[in-house]
Design a protein around this ligand. Sequence first.
Ligand code: INI
Length: 156
Amino acid sequence: MQHLETIEGRLDATGLRFAILASRFNDFIVDRLVGGAVDYLVRHGAEKTNITLIRVPGAYEMPLAAKRLAEAKRFHGIVCLGAVIRGATPHFDYVSAEVSKGLAQVMLDSGIPVGFGVLTTDTLEQAVERAGSKAGNKGVDAAAATLEMIRVLEQF
Ligand code: INI
């Protein structure tokens, strides 16, 4: 294969400022995602003093908070962490659609990387599996994606 000029992100969080936006709803799951995200960022060089945790009531509230955080221009990236778990009514569908659409819109409008670490699962067990047990920790994945995007975009 020919050699191609390749732009990719170094996974080095030194000097970067992060907002971790987390919902209180299902906090026993979300707290595991937060722990994973903070651990990842610190192990990749972020100072704890450069990580700010913001709590909102539920996933539905996250897009507005993310928009205001992006507008504040205080952070290089926003890691969004939540857990939407299907119940007996269609509520799940409305909340999960709005949070995913809203956070994507904030990222595109602001140009600031937004990590999507909001679980959308059919069962509580599936959420537990993705919050630091057999299917990994989606908080770690969202932090990693946010860091990689910051470092990729700064080279354009
Ligand atoms: N919010 C969540 O973050 N996860 C859920 O699973 C959830 N369910 O299932 O209801 C949920 N609902 C609350 C919603 O995000 C808002 O906080 C609420 O509707 C008030 O605006």
